[in-house]
Design a protein around this ligand. Structure first.
Ligand SMILES: Cc1cn([C@H]2C[C@H](O)[C@@H](COP(=O)(O)OP(=O)(O)O[C@H]3O[C@H](C)C(=O)[C@H](O)[C@H]3O)O2)c(=O)[nH]c1=O
Length: 187
């Protein structure tokens, strides 16, 4: 039995992962990735790049994806908390256009594996939230894409309104779901 437990999600391929936490009077220890133990829960992808971002409370980063050279992501929170959102953008999927949100925090230490051809974003719930993740493909700025966080067709429930969030200029100008050719972007 490996040190990671895969929890159910409503969208195939999207895996919420509960790591084993070893606590003692000093604090805690956890393995955050293991090629062997991840294979046991069906995640065999190779990760080639690690990212780390820190945000103020109320920052919304997303909904992003990399077209053409698609990225899978293994995400977790190491300070604070986020509402993490993944959107299935696989045209052949029965959950195409469907989203699911997860509370990821430094307290619950849960991780989420988001397969390629998903959009990903998160809303920070605490000041100084730190977000770390592994990617299955390198960043290619020319393929950096996204879909508007507030798109009416996706209807993601972020739990906040536009006045309560801090978005980058780039994220404010992302296209709507209906404006994107979802077969073309993955070619
Ligand atoms: C993503 C990325 C960005 N950068 C540079 C490009 C910009 O100069 C700067 C900030 O980039 P950006 O504003 O796109 O960062 P986020 O808004 O956090 O983007 C991420 O947010 C959501 C939640 C994601 O899932 C993606 O990984 C990613 O799109 O870092 C790099 O050098 N390498 C990278 O892999």
């Amino acid at each position: 039995m490996g040190k990671f437990k895969a929890l159910e999600s409503a969208i195939s391929g999207l895996v919420l992962i509960e790591p084993t936490i070893f606590g003692d009077e000093r604090g805690f220890f956890m393995e955050t990735y293991s090629e062997r133990d991840f294979a046991e829960i069906g995640i065999v992808e190779r990760f080639v790049q690690d990212n780390h971002s820190k945000s103020r409370k109320g920052v919304l980063r997303g909904l992003h994806f990399q077209r053409h050279i698609t990225q899978g992501k293994l995400v977790r929170v190491t300070a604070g908390a986020v509402r993490d959102v993944a959107v299935d953008l696989r045209p052949e999927s029965e959950t195409f256009g469907k989203w699911q949100s997860f509370l990821l925090s430094a307290d619950n230490k849960n991780m989420l594996y988001i397969p390629p051809r998903f959009a990903h974003g998160y809303l920070t719930l605490e000041e100084g939230t730190e977000f770390q993740y592994k990617c299955t493909e390198f960043y290619h700025p020319q393929y950096d894409c996204g879909v508007l966080w507030s798109d009416a067709d996706l209807a993601v429930d972020w739990g906040v309104g536009e006045d309560d969030i801090l978005l980058s200029h780039k994220d404010r100008s992302l296209p709507r779901f209906a404006e994107i050719d979802w077969k073309e972007v993955w070619k």
